[in-house]
Design a protein around this ligand. Structure first.
Ligand code: ADP
Ligand code: MG
Length: 430
């Protein structure tokens, strides 16, 4: 059964297609770290296994397409998918054929001669310059290899590339999402579609500038936004507080002021730190100094949230029905300044709410906390997860979902009416 993402949008899954014995091209995300010609971390390969194994169980003839790194249209040996093919073969317990090139006659020959239950891995699709340009010729040529197309590469869904978007126009038999894609879309949709009164967002990390769009979108969609990490100091400075030598993005003080004003107008609580753990220098062995007030004296920089802030954040988190978290509360890589971040991890773990954690460093933090299995969903997407949560359409997903045109038109009309309502400050000028 296709998954209903919202009243007007549904997502077809690999299980909805009759792929028995057929050619199935799966766009996977095998963009794994390679060191000394070997796969250094196979998390992404393992994440793609359920979809590949399902297709093999159905005796499909499986063609896998992925990018690796940024070869910029050149055949860069260090970015060959060969080491990935070896690891994949081990996990699947069967042979994986690697083509020399992503496209060309040899690849076409290999795909057309695949037998049921066999796997062909096409070489790094970004060896072809047309991939990132969503080149139509490349999209057509890839599509010609297969009957069905499955996208299981959530991490690249925010890019309109030939193998994630263009290709779907030229597939005749059917397009659908793989298990990893389905899981991400389902989890992130729960956050995106949460009622405002239910949603509490925790946001932190290094910079306001990285996260302006997600902050704006959260102010529209959450009741409370808890802000920690370095970005909190730009907000505190914008309110006129002393922040010592903490990281402040001077060029975004105005953005922070506008976000605060916008939130206030809408009755949304942006909750900022009221105490801190600071240090005289940005150094792992720096001596932590507790600061039991909002203002930070000269010569000290905030590197973690303090105990009162932790308690306040935990209290708000405990009342949420839906939780999302992106961005650590402090320099969690350094044990002396990791308390705030791990306290949030615990608050998430002990909450009954549906919870989602996203962002490279935040995901690392939740794994390090040992509590990863107690949150609802850990997003693998990075940029794609953030854009999804901002409510932006992701081209890779748009290309495989189905919309009910009438309902969509109705929804757009409602959105326009809402947008036309007065009292909403214009914060889109940045
Ligand atoms: P994510 O990858 O989860 O989206 P970010 O990349 O935005 O998170 O931010 C993570 C980085 O922010 C971490 O490396 C962390 O050390 C840093 N950071 C958090 N708080 C502070 C702070 N108060 N001062 C300096 N750096 C900080
Ligand atoms: Mg990061």
């Amino acid at each position: 059964m296709p998954i209903q993402l919202s009243p007007d949008v549904s997502l077809t899954t690999i299980e909805d297609l009759d792929i028995e014995g057929r050619l199935v091209l799966i766009r996977v995300d095998f963009n794994t770290p390679i060191a000394d010609g070997r796969v250094a971390d196979d998390t992404r390969i393992r994440a793609a296994l359920p979809t590949i194994q399902y297709a093999l169980k159905k005796n499909a003839r499986v063609i896998l397409v992925s990018h690796l790194g940024r070869p910029k249209g050149k055949e860069v040996e260090a970015l060959s998918l060969a080491p990935v093919g070896d690891v994949l073969a081990e996990h699947l317990g069967q042979e994986v054929t690697l083509s020399d090139r992503p496209l060309g006659e040899a690849s076409a020959f290999l795909s057309q001669n695949l037998k049921e239950g066999e796997v062909l891995l096409l070489e790094n699709v970004r060896f072809h310059g047309g991939e990132t340009k969503n080149n139509e010729h490349l999209a057509r040529e890839l599509a010609a290899f297969t009957d069905f197309y499955i996208n299981d590469a959530f991490g690249t869904a925010h890019r309109a590339h030939a193998s994630t978007t263009g290709i779907t126009q030229f597939i005749h038999e059917g397009v659908a999402a793989g298990y990893l894609m389905v899981e991400e879309v389902r989890a992130l949709s729960q956050v995106l579609n949460a009622k405002r009164s239910e949603l509490v967002a925790v946001i932190g990390g290094a910079k306001v500038s990285d996260k302006i769009s997600i902050l704006k979108s959260l102010v529209l969609r959450a009741n409370s936004v808890l802000v920690g990490g370095a970005m909190a100091y730009t907000f505190l400075a914008a309110q006129g507080h002393e922040v010592g030598s903490s990281l402040v993005e001077e060029e975004h003080l105005k953005t922070a002021q506008e976000l605060l004003a916008f939130a206030q107008e809408r009755g949304v609580n942006i909750i900022l730190p009221v105490d801190h753990l600071a240090a005289a220098e940005f150094n792992e062995s720096a001596i932590p100094v507790s600061i039991d007030q909002i203002d930070i004296p000269d010569g000290l920089m905030g590197l973690d949230i303090g105990p009162k802030t932790i308690a306040a954040f935990q209290e708000v988190i405990s009342h949420a029905q839906v939780l999302m978290w992106n961005g650590p509360m402090g320099v969690f890589e350094w044990p002396s300044f990791s308390t705030g971040t791990f306290a949030i991890a615990e608050a998430f773990a002990s909450s009954e709410a549906y919870s989602v954690v996203g962002g490279g460093d935040s995901v690392r933090a939740i794994h390090e906390s040992g509590l990863a299995d107690q949150v609802g969903h850990i997003s693998t997407g990075g940029g794609a997860s953030l854009e999804f949560l901002e409510g932006k359409p992701l081209p890779g997903i748009e290309a495989i979902i189905k919309r009910d045109a009438e309902l969509t038109a109705l929804k757009e009309e409602l959105d326009r009416e809402l947008a036309a309502q007065p009292k909403v400050a214009n914060i889109d000028s940045h």
